[in-house]
Design a protein around this ligand. Structure first.
Ligand code: NAD
Length: 503
């Protein structure tokens, strides 16, 4: 099966690719504005068909043994491995991310996730039996929740599809995923890979549609038992409202504004390299990207100078060129949004480097047709300013000084978000304190960005709740049932006195 044959349409329902009946929509390559695919968006009727397919597939898939589900996921990892080059190429075409990143991060991360959840599927267990009441034996069954309705963003389309689909199906659920309409292609490839791996029709469905129509219809659908969402905090609130109205389980992975705290005993070279890599990965369109560096006063000037120097050497250009470090942002609209953040910041802060849309790439190529934006370093911003508090979601780092450790940690916690953070120090007590006191779902020490299938990813505060990846994600996608057996075999139980008295 050629996973890249999108001609048949952008909906994947019950193991078949089909055309949407909604509005035509162009998937645009932000490197040059060319059209990658012309699709038709899903109507609410297609969302209904996908939910019906997931519902029909649920009893069979939920009853499959953990071993059978694990075998299917192992086959999926093999199919994804064979399709690796195509996945990387299509991911780059629809997002503009450097092919080096797609090849070395997105694709292998996704394959590793599939292999991890193949193993995890066989490690789902309930609590062992116990005679807690004296008159009964109790045990706990862990069961799938049902049909999962999932909505994902455009920044890591393939990995987000994997993070949503894999734990759901490893635990015996079936799923309908609505990817971001800008970037549905690798989610469709992932769904087709599931079919190729022998996962039954209807277990994994993808509907390509707009958020306000297809997305809202999916998360409000009465046959959807659980909603898992990754995206902005604003849309997450709306999704949560709709899900709450239906008393559905929700799992929300939302925005971030990760602090990067450099204490005065840190390895400066490591911190500078770490800040540049962690602020520019995926063009800064990463919910865990380093966005606010707080640097203790003695290292502040050298840190700013070091980051500025490395930013100036970043190779901005064609994302298909393996030498490119920074490609375009995902769309012209998003690039303009990032640029507007920086333009507004000029009124109250200093733009040290970047901040101007580049006309030429590192090798002289014309970039004017693409949605490019350069690495941009901002200083002298107040803690309560928009550039420090708001989610820019681009290659923009703001650096602020601090004096005492108390102050640095307080500033790190001073945004509504709490997804990820890092502390840079060679002092064990400082690092332990930072990991304790920073309110975020992940705190790195002397690094910033790495993720791994075995460990959970998810937010605190306005960054949402629930965990992706790891064994913890299986808690999201399962419900526990208490089963209680009477062991007395008597007709009149002791507790019946509460109703019958001594009669
Ligand atoms: P977004 O919130 O605009 O869109 C996310 C998804 O929601 C898309 O599929 C979109 O079509 C859909 N959507 C939009 N309106 C909807 C509605 N009313 N009802 C249902 N669905 C709707 O986010 P984005 O711009 O695609 O992605 C960037 C955001 O995602 C950033 O805020 C980023 O921090 C966040 N993100 C978070 C994580 C995490 O793990 N916490 C990971 C990646 C991205």
């Amino acid at each position: 099966m050629d996973l890249t044959d999108f001609g048949a349409g952008a909906q994947y329902i019950a193991g078949r690719q089909s055309r949407g009946n909604g509005e035509p929509f162009q998937i645009v390559n932000p490197a040059d504005g060319s059209v990658v695919e012309q699709v038709a968006l899903a109507t609410t009727a297609e969302v209904d068909a996908a939910v019906a397919a997931a519902r029909a597939a649920l009893p069979g898939w939920a009853a499959a043994t953990p071993g059978a589900r694990a075998e299917a996921l192992n086959r999926l990892a093999a199919v994804l491995t064979r399709a690796g080059d195509d996945l990387a190429r299509v991911e780059t075409a629809q997002t503009g991310k450097p092919v080096r990143l797609a090849t070395e991060f997105d694709v292998p991360g996704t394959i590793d996730n599939a292999a991890f959840f193949a193993g995890a599927a066989r490690n789902l267990e309930g609590k062992a039996a116990g005679e807690y009441s004296g008159d009964h034996t109790s045990y706990v069954r862990r069961e799938p929740v049902g049909v999962v309705g999932s909505v994902s963003p455009w920044n890591y389309p393939l990995q987000m599809a994997a993070w949503k689909i894999l734990p759901a199906i490893a635990a015996g659920n079936t799923i309908v995923l609505k990817p971001a309409e800008l970037t549905p292609l690798t989610s469709l490839m992932f769904a087709r890979a599931c079919t190729e791996a022998g996962i039954p029709d209807g277990v994994v469905n993808v509907v390509t549609g707009a958020g306000r129509t297809a997305g809202e219809h999916l998360v409000s659908h009465p046959d959807v038992a659980m909603v898992s969402f990754t995206g902005s905090t604003a849309v997450g609130r709306r999704v949560a409202e709709l899900a709450v109205a239906g008393v559905k389980r929700t799992h929300l992975e939302l925005g971030g504004k990760a602090p990067f705290v450099v204490f005065d005993d840190a390895d400066l070279d490591a911190a500078v390299h770490g800040a540049v890599a962690a602020s520019l990965i995926n063009g800064g369109q990463d919910c865990t990207a380093a966005t606010r560096a707080y640097v203790q006063r003695p290292l502040y000037d050298a840190f700013v100078a070091g980051v500025a120097e490395l930013y100036a050497a970043v190779r901005v250009g064609d994302p298909l060129d393996p030498r490119t470090d920074l490609g375009p942002l995902v769309s012209y609209t998003h690039r303009d949004r990032v640029a507007a953040f920086v333009e507004r910041a000029r009124a109250y802060a200093t733009v040290v480097t970047g901040g101007r849309i580049p006309a030429r790439g590192h090798d002289g190529t014309d970039l004017t047709r693409g949605a490019y934006y350069p690495p941009t370093l901002v200083t002298d911003a107040a803690q309560d300013s928009e550039i420090v508090q708001g989610e820019v979601f681009g290659p923009v780092l703001v650096v602020l000084p601090f004096d005492t450790d108390d102050q640095g940690l307080r500033l790190a916690n001073d945004t509504p978000y709490g997804l990820a953070a890092s502390a840079w120090t060679t002092n064990v007590h400082r690092s332990l304190r930072a990991t304790r006191e920073i309110a975020a779902g992940c705190v790195w020490v002397n690094d910033h960005i790495p993720i791994i299938s075995e460990m959970p990813h998810g937010g605190y505060k306005a960054s949402g709740y629930g965990k992706d990846m790891s064994q913890y994600s299986l808690d999201e996608y399962t419900q526990v049932k208490h089963v209680m057996f009477d062991t007395t075999a008597v007709a009149r139980k002791d507790w019946h006195r509460t109703v019958f008295g001594d009669r």
